[in-house]
Design a protein around this ligand. Structure first.
Ligand code: UD1
Ligand code: CA
Length: 456
């Protein structure tokens, strides 16, 4: 599709009361502006979208340096019309220009495609919406023939105009040559002393350029985020829509209102997600899995038939089929669990390979370790991987039994079939198939007197 796409994102967002520029606030884990840039790319993949930036511009460019966009600076934020004016040298006169906003993140490619298809190439297209509460927004003024004649900003509107619920989304499609003619002549004689882009609608009407309005399908899709309350409305709408799509594909969500995805989620068949599951980054869940309540899954691959019980935090892990995890387990980046592994409550695993059928069921820390198959790691076992300066690995063979409350001081190797006596601090390698233990001998003292309470 041949199209100039411009995204206005230079404003400060005063109503956010934040040091962070508004377009860097996150929705579903991504900066607001990134949502809009992604939509622009999906719509016209051949064209590089133009982003008008300004307030705390270097911060914005730094955070979003990986985006494929053309950055155009608006040094002073004198209004939306002034913002678009900065892009004129970069607009192809032969094409239409689509105007989007860094603070209107949920607009979909489907709606925009319809909008573009509905707007004749020589007309001014304007996307409107009916808002239950239109306060603060530009209102659409129509004549007796129901044609759009202009937009009046809330601050400039009279009482009758404030009663209009049809609002300006700010999204337009306009021939670039009209912008080149109109934008340099905008005036700022209005309540906010700003150069309003909305004034182009009245210009079109004066010059008998056709004005084509189209209604957005859902008002949340075009809700502009000006404050934290609107950010929350958009977040909930996004999450609810996403949850409904997943449920329609067969995912069981015990409560779609308590489920959040901040990234990409792939889910297999017959998966049940209990309440308050949060997905971040890239997560893949296989078939027949159950994810318990209050569990966070981040950048993790989960095989088939895996159960993760409540209150587990899983980050950067690969989990093979038939594993049983949690409740209250923490898997950190670099954890690889082989099939049928069990990781139980208050167990932390980091940067470790855990063999098949191995169990680490209670109160343990396993870090920088290679653990074999069919190993039993007793409660309270700690791999001491850090000497205060460097990290070292712990190697545990197959069929090993580590007694409870043992410390394995890395680097150290426990041979196949070895048993470590409970309460041992192991600092040297333990040979295979033997009992190794390291602790004071047990002794009993006869006639030992318990301390007595002193008389005061
Ligand atoms: C604007 C519209 C209003 C519409 C509403 C929809 C104007 C004058 N008003 O109002 O009719 O109902 O959007 O959400 O257009 N920006 C710049 N440079 C500037 C000023 C703004 O780049 O100098 C950017 C902002 O970063 C923001 C967008 O333009 O992404 C909209 O600006 P904002 O101040 O939020 O306009 P609204 O008051 O919401
Ligand atoms: Ca706005």
């Amino acid at each position: 599709m041949k199209l100039n796409t411009v995204i206005l994102a230079a404003g400060q967002g005063k109503r956010m009361f934040s040091k962070l520029p508004k377009v860097l606030h996150r929705l579903a884990g991504l900066p607001l502006l990134e949502h809009v840039v992604n939509t622009a790319h999906a719509l016209a993949p051949q064209q590089t979208p133009i982003v008008v930036y300004g307030h705390e511009g270097e911060k914005v460019r730094h955070v979003l340096a990986n985006l494929n966009v053309q950055w155009v600076l608006q040094d002073q934020q004198l209004g939306t019309g002034h913002a678009l004016l900065q892009t004129l040298p970069h607009l192809d006169e032969a094409q239409q220009t689509l105007v989007l906003y860094g603070d209107v993140p949920l607009i979909t490619t489907e709606t925009l495609k319809k909008f573009i298809a509905n707007t004749p190439v020589d007309a001014l297209g304007i996307l409107t919406a009916h808002f239950p509460n239109p306060t603060g927004l530009g209102r659409i003024i129509r004549n007796e023939k129901n044609q759009i004649t202009r937009v009046v900003e809330d601050k400039d509107a009279d009482a009758a105009q404030r009663n209009i619920h049809e609002i300006n989304t700010g999204i337009y499609l306009i021939p670039a040559k009209l912008l080149k003619k109109w934008l340099p002549n905008l005036q700022n004689n209005n309540a906010q002393k700003e150069y309003y882009l909305t004034d182009i609608v009245a210009r079109a009407e004066q010059e008998a350029i056709a004005i084509h309005g189209m209604q957005a399908p859902a008002y949340e899709e075009v809700l502009g985020i000006n404050d934290c309350a609107q950010l929350a409305i958009c977040e909930r709408y996004f999450q609810r829509t996403n949850a409904e799509n997943l449920m329609r594909k067969g995912v069981t969500l015990l409560d779609p209102n308590r489920f959040d995805v901040r990234g990409q989620l792939q889910v297999g068949q017959d998966v049940i997600l209990d309440v308050n599951v949060i997905i971040e980054g890239n997560v893949k869940i296989g078939n027949q899995c159950y994810i318990g309540a209050n569990t966070i899954l981040r950048n993790t691959m989960i095989g088939n038939n895996v159960t993760i019980q409540a209150n587990s935090v899983i980050d950067g892990a690969e989990i093979a089929e038939d594993c049983l995890i949690g409740p209250f387990a923490r898997l950190r980046p670099g954890t690889v669990l082989s099939a049928h592994a069990h990781v139980g409550n208050f167990v932390e695993v980091k940067n470790s390979l855990v063999g098949s059928h191995t169990k680490i069921n209670h109160l343990s820390y396993v870090g920088d370790s290679d653990v074999g198959k069919q190993v039993n790691i007793g409660a309270g076992t700690i791999t001491c991987n850090y000497d205060g300066v460097n990290k070292h690995r712990t190697i545990i063979g197959d069929h090993v039994f580590i007694g409870s409350n043992s410390q394995l001081v890395a680097p150290v190797t426990i041979g196949d079939g070895a048993t470590i006596g409970a309460g041992s601090t192991i600092t040297r390698d333990a040979p295979p198939h033997q009992l190794t233990l390291c602790r004071a001998q047990q002794r009993s003292i006869e006639n030992w007197q318990r301390p007595q309470k002193k008389e005061k």
